[in-house]
Design a protein around this ligand. Structure first.
Ligand code: GBH
Length: 452
């Protein structure tokens, strides 16, 4: 097998980590089992009109019961790593207070089964399912503290076997979709000052979480964040447009990843927000800027950017009517983001290690009469993205691994079950899993450690 591994222009570094990703609320189901507490997503999805077809995560892909089957699928693919999230409300049903041992037992079983299959777990502490009992949710400054307590507690339980933790998934998504557009839980549309405070609490949760995980975990435990920074691609690869790309990346993520990587809010952000700027307490920015062992990025849709002589020095191009996209209306096809996402964070902040924590797409799955599931559009999308991620590795950027979103079809948040991101098809009536064409393709790519 090693002899077959490619060293030509399609190859990835020999130790490149191939994986798949999922998140608790999207796959587990078992919403009322073993003492799990209610989350904001239970409430939101059970509110008529919030999720497509009023779908919920009550059952989802039933992975709470079928994790053994899911691990077998991964073993079959040959992935070396699995990015999963923990459901905070299985551990602390009220968000804080008394832990629920049955929740801890569940994740111990999953981790042990992964290790027995030779698959390394990468654990995200929070992927959007907030315990409903926490008063005021992310608007309350106590929530980041409760998060840190929970994250530290679980790091203490798992760090004998789990060596990579991500604090939170996508601060922008759960802040803004939940509290600005209101399209995700808890469905609020807050005015700017309150919104900025939620954003501050989100990155503060990350920062306090880093400290709590480090304090509780064994030495050597690696801690990072999984963020979907807004990424940019230069319209033309010339020095001035590349410089504009870096300016845009830093500026447009000022209240999220830029603050995390730099430990301060950019002056231009604070000035622009004026009276709506968040209230920052002493010590907050130091926590938010805690040095990380790795940076994990979720990479989907970028914007094209060009240099100009406006005060910011750049303009973001609008989408055109016919920009190609996948079935999720927000998911434009711009595979160059694979290279530019990695290069931008690397040039700006020099993280020692970068992982792609998510990349993938919805696509139309065609089920043949003999039960095969064909998704050539997904293969096209993934192959193109990986071509550009490969360029980043070839140029020496410290991209060490890639987690494909997603291992299997699941609850796609406000889209319910209408958009499928899996490389395994899930029949949501029977819960039967079927590898799609893309799974066969990914297996072959991993086997060769090269584009295929
Ligand atoms: C990721 O978010 C999530 O981490 C993951 O849970 C999810 O399943 C996956 O992507 C696929 O969506 O409809 O106009 O309100 C990706 C970033 C940002 C994508 C917000 C969806 C909603 C845009 N997400 N976006 S809109």
């Amino acid at each position: 097998r090693a002899a077959e591994r490619s060293t030509d222009a399609s190859g990835f570094p020999p130790d490149f980590l191939w994986g798949c990703a999922t998140a608790a609320y999207q796959i587990e189901g078992a919403a009322k089992e073993d003492g799990r507490g209610l989350t904001n997503w239970d409430v939101f999805s059970h509110t008529p009109g919030k999720v497509a077809n009023n779908a919920t995560g009550d059952v989802a892909s039933d992975s709470y019961h079928r994790y053994g089957e899911d691990i077998a699928l991964m073993k079959d693919l040959g992935v070396r790593a699995y990015r999963m999230s923990l459901a905070w409300s299985r551990i602390f049903p009220e968000g804080k207070g008394q832990p629920n041992q049955k929740g801890v037992d569940h994740y111990n079983r999953v981790i042990d089964a992964l290790l027995a299959a030779g698959i390394t777990p990468y654990v995200t502490m929070f992927h959007w399912d907030l315990p409903q009992a926490l008063p005021g949710g992310w608007q309350n400054r106590d929530t980041p503290k409760a998060f840190a307590d929970y994250a530290g507690f679980m790091a203490g339980k798992l760090s004998d076997r789990v060596h990579h933790f991500m604090t939170v998934n996508e601060v922008r998504s759960f802040s803004d979709l939940g509290h600005k557009s209101g399209t995700h839980a808890p469905g609020l549309m807050l005015p700017p000052r309150e919104l900025n405070q939620v954003r501050h609490h989100a990155i503060l949760a990350h920062g306090l979480g880093v400290g709590a995980i480090r304090a509780a975990a064994r030495p050597g435990t690696q801690v990072g964040v999984a963020d979907n920074a807004t990424f940019f691609v230069p319209v033309v690869e010339t020095p001035e447009h590349i410089a504009a790309t870096l300016r845009a990346t830093r500026q447009e993520n000022a209240m999220f990843l830029t603050a995390i990587m730099e430990g301060r809010y950019m002056d231009s952000y604070l000035t622009a927000q004026g009276a709506a700027a968040p209230v920052v307490q002493p010590g907050d920015m130091a926590a938010i800027g805690s040095p990380l062992d790795f940076l994990a990025i979720n990479v989907y849709t970028p914007f094209y950017v060009m240099a100009d002589d406006t005060p910011s020095g750049y303009s973001v191009l609008p989408r055109t009517l016919n920009s190609p996209r996948m079935p999720s209306p927000w998911l434009y096809v711009s595979p160059e983001v694979g290279y530019w996402s990695v290069r931008s964070v690397s040039d700006l902040w020099k993280p020692k290690t970068i992982f792609v924590a998510e990349n993938g797409c919805s696509a139309d799955d065609m089920v043949t009469p003999n039960g095969q599931v064909l998704d050539p559009d997904r293969v096209m999308y993934l192959r193109n993205c990986l071509t550009h991620f490969r360029r980043a590795t070839a140029e020496g950027y410290p991209l060490k691994g890639y987690f494909l979103w997603s291992l299997l079809d699941n609850f796609e948040w406000a889209d319910g079950y209408t958009n499928r991101f899996g490389i395994h098809y899930v029949d949501f009536e029977t819960q039967k899993r079927t590898p799609k064409l893309s799974a066969h393709w990914y297996r072959e790519l991993i086997r060769r450690n090269a584009l295929v």
